[in-house]
Design a protein around this ligand. Structure first.
Ligand SMILES: Cc1cc2nc3c(=O)[nH]c(=O)nc-3n(C[C@H](O)[C@H](O)[C@H](O)COP(=O)(O)OP(=O)(O)OC[C@H]3O[C@@H](n4cnc5c(N)ncnc54)[C@H](O)[C@@H]3O)c2cc1C
Length: 324
């Protein structure tokens, strides 16, 4: 009898887990509470290494047929002061609408069953890939927002920082530009929770977005809390993956890479019976360092020294340090 694996969450980590588990002989049920595909709040910047994992998962052709945008440059903007550098390898821009759909469809084409409610039956092994879950008391929480814009697109990922918040501007498929960011509750309140007004208050960003036309209502999400569970003891038979294992600050643009890496490893571990603690230790080795460095940079944003450090350090070093 094949091993039966339940995957909770049909996002990137869940679909990667379902594909990897089936490649290792398991029979998989995915429980996804939402109707997919759908737009998600995400910068949609895929770190260069992501393609290797997508290829391992067997979706390289499907990925290319979505015609993802290519990015070759990074622009960091701190209140008008800019740092520019070339990416060590091209990165991709693909909407979550397309990416989540292509991975979930592939998992289903391999035989995974998709259900919308958790089945009654007991599964010996479960991959928990249900994304971020934390809540936080009202106060100075961070909220995320995103919308797609039409207009001339370029080949850069541009990050506009304002205090602890930032807005990323980068291309995705179809000549669309994604505008996505995070802002403190107090800053959102100053602007009446109106994202267009917030953007208009940041001069360099206002000029960047001025020639573009918004194509959809702003999507919002929050509160956004950074956390990791690498050191928590997993329950028997349970493998956490993606944001449910750890959520890295989005300015790194490496959350999706981490979700695919941990999802793939969790699916393999669940199918082959690797002990959950051993899987989790391996994930801490792979992801822990870059997640720790991202946490230090976030602290630097809060204390206002991060812009100075970013100017002083080499762009390639900064980029490499925040990637698994
Ligand atoms: C503002 C912002 C910008 C970001 N920008 C980038 C970026 O540019 N590049 C990057 O690499 N990363 C970025 N990230 C991070 C990235 O979005 C996440 O790391 C990634 O989505 C994690 O994938 P996941 O599969 O773990 O979780 P998710 O994508 O959240 O998927 C979880 C799935 O589980 C489902 N689910 C939840 N609860 C249940 C339940 N109880 N039962 C069944 N299903 C359930 C949900 O409906 C969802 O489909 C950004 C994040 C934010 C907030």
């Amino acid at each position: 009898m094949p091993e039966r694996v339940l995957v909770v969450g049909g996002g990137l980590a869940g679909s990667a887990a379902a594909i990897a588990a089936q490649a290792h002989g398991a029979s998989v049920t995915i429980v996804e509470k939402s109707r997919l595909p759908r737009h998600k709040v995400c910068g949609e910047f895929l770190s260069p290494r992501t393609f290797e994992i997508l290829r391992d998962l067997g979706v390289a052709d499907a990925f290319h047929s979505c015609r993802p945008a290519l990015m070759r440059r990074v622009v960091l903007n701190f209140a008008g002061r800019e740092k520019r550098f070339a990416l060590p390898a091209p990165a991709y821009g693909l909407s979550r609408y397309a990416l989540d759909e292509l991975l979930l469809s592939h998992a289903r084409s391999l035989g995974a069953t998709l259900v919308s409610e958790r089945p009654q039956e007991v599964f010996g092994r479960t991959v928990l890939a249900y994304g971020r879950t934390q809540s936080a008391p009202k106060g100075n929480r961070l909220f995320g927002f995103k919308a797609h814009f039409a207009g001339e697109a370029n080949d850069a990922v541009e990050l506009y920082f304002f205090g602890e918040g930032y807005v990323g501007v980068n291309p995705v498929e179809g000549g669309i530009t994604n505008v996505c960011g995070l802002a403190l509750e107090s800053v959102m309140r100053q602007h009446g929770f109106d994202t267009d007004t917030l953007i208009a208050s940041i001069p360099a960003l206002r000029e960047r977005v001025r020639p573009l036309t918004r194509q959809m209502d702003w999507l919002r999400v929050g509160p956004v809390i950074f956390s990791n569970r690498f050191r928590e003891s997993p329950a028997p038979g349970e493998y956490r993956a993606g944001d449910a294992l750890s959520f890295v600050d989005p300015f790194t643009g490496s959350g999706m890479l981490g979700a695919l890496l941990s999802g793939q490893a969790a699916g393999l571990a669940a199918a082959t019976g690797q002990a959950p603690q051993s899987y989790q230790n391996a994930m801490r080795q792979v992801l822990g360092r870059s997640y720790g460095i991202s946490g230090i940079i976030r602290w630097g944003l809060r204390k206002s020294w991060a812009p100075w450090a970013a100017q002083a350090l080499s762009g390639r070093l900064l980029f490499a340090a925040t990637r698994p």
